[in-house]
Write a protein that binds this ligand. Sequence first.
Ligand code: CA2
Length: 142
Amino acid sequence: MRALVLNGPNLGRLGRRQPEIYGTTTHAELAERCVAWGAELGLDVEVRQTNHEGEMLDWLNAAADDGDAVVLNAAAWTHYSYAIFDACAQLTGPLVEVHLSDPHQRPEEFRHTSVVTPYAVEVVAGHGVDGYRMALERVARG
Ligand code: CA2
């Protein structure tokens, strides 16, 4: 099975800023690990990151057409984008929501809402980069 790992805005800066919240692993290292974990789990994993909401929507729409599983960290869009909400609603494969931090444990009220959660088979949050492995395991379990 194909699994897309889609990362939203600013996650390309992983490992370069705010390591106390997001850790020291770079996005390139995260992508390498996801591909390796996927291989162990029998998943064909592709990792992408974008700062452009339209590009993310195009990826989600294509995943819906192709029936791909999606592991989604929509980053800040998680909390307010109804376009992402509508795109998630159309997915045909399993959707797992992932966050490096646990947005519900953070002080900013705006992080306590997610437009992705209503369509996710599971939410993995607060486990750092390992959360992506947990999300891929959930996809592989079916
Ligand atoms: O914890 C997560 O994975 C988040 O999705 C990360 C988002 C944040 O808006 C969500 O509330 C929770 C922010 C991503 C910013 O990523 C950076 C990474 C390194 C340095 C600066 C920003």
